[in-house]
Design a binder for this molecule. Structure first.
Ligand SMILES: C[S@@+](CC[C@H](N)C(=O)[O-])C[C@H]1O[C@@H](n2cnc3c(N)ncnc32)[C@H](O)[C@@H]1O
Length: 197
């Protein structure tokens, strides 16, 4: 029987930096999704773009295991998964200047006022994004939470290192699991992108 965790990286150490050449068989442009959940988006995007590598980060084992099984069933060799906390892996483990694209879709909104400090996208996130993005790399963001969307815009607009960028139509048309739920519930979806320069 095949290994359901085959696409999950087997961390021998959570302090040793990761190297993309140890994760992927081929040296290709690499994209990262942070908080990929059970990965409907990442699976489909990786299937469509076999000429690129995809790395998913998710802290919940059940979700990322489901994605691993689906990816393995689909025969994907350009998809690898990390079960780990996002800020930690961005700050300490992922290689610098390595990702052409970073996707962050529907990060936990922490809607109650005093909890908003737990949000991933804030001023502390900027140096983490700068660290891992390749020169000219793009970060794509989506949320259904208007307050968080405004915070995302303020965060990136406060930095001279990022400029606003269009999201390609093909990417816009591919929805995530949470996005489909929020759209069915009649919520407005906010999408924005920034390029590192
Ligand atoms: C609202 S869900 C969105 C999932 C997926 N992006 C989508 O749009 O369908 C947010 C996901 O981010 C993960 N997550 C939240 N905070 C995280 C963190 N600090 N590190 C890693 N994953 C995180 C959650 O476990 C969850 O699966």
């Amino acid at each position: 029987m095949s290994d359901p965790d085959a696409l999950l990286h087997d961390f021998q150490s959570v302090t040793e930096p990761l190297h993309l050449e140890d994760l992927f068989a081929d040296d290709k442009p690499t994209e990262l999704e942070i908080g990929c959940g059970d990965g409907g988006f990442l699976l489909e995007w990786a299937l469509r773009h076999l000429d690129r590598n995809y790395l998913g980060v998710e802290r919940l084992l059940g979700r990322i295991r489901k994605l691993s099984k689906r990816g393995q069933r689909a025969g994907l060799t350009n998809l690898r998964l990390l079960r780990i906390e996002a800020r930690y892996v961005l700050q300490y483990l992922l290689p610098e200047r390595s990702f052409e694209v970073v996707h962050i879709y529907f990060p936990d909104p922490w809607p109650k006022g005093k909890h908003a400090r737990h949000r991933l996208i804030n001023a502390d996130f900027l140096p983490l994004a700068r660290r891992i993005l390749a020169p000219g790399g793009i970060i794509y963001l989506r949320t259904d939470d208007l307050d968080y969307f405004v915070q995302m815009e303020k965060t990136f607009c406060s930095s001279e290192d990022f400029v606003s960028e269009e999201t390609p139509v093909e990417l816009l048309s591919l929805t995530t699991e949470f996005e489909r739920q929020w759209m069915e519930a009649g919520k407005q979806i906010h999408r924005v992108a920034y390029r590192l320069h």
